[in-house]
Design a protein. Structure first.
Length: 81
């Protein structure tokens, strides 16, 4: 159902139980989808960025996130201390 419903909190608190949900379907379903995509040659559009460009990309995403690309940070460009 998509209708909200009330759940009494005390029984959950005192019995140390919880209610959880997931919008992605969990690890097993995610792995099934990855396996399916790989078997069909379906891959995401990515753009590898340098660590120094993170702020610029975040600003770009905040302004208008109409891009169909995933940004991947090249960890080799993260400055070492």
């Amino acid at each position: 159902t998509t209708e909200p419903f009330a759940v009494p909190g005390a029984p959950f608190v005192f019995s140390q139980k919880s209610i959880r949900g997931s919008l992605i379907g969990g690890t097993q379903r995610t792995q099934e989808m990855i396996d399916f995509c790989c078997s069909k040659g379906i891959y995401p559009n990515i753009e590898v960025i340098d660590a120094k460009d993170i702020v610029t990309i975040l600003k770009k995403l905040e302004e208008k996130n109409d891009s169909i690309v995933r940004y991947v940070i090249d960890c080799a460009t993260i400055p070492k201390k």
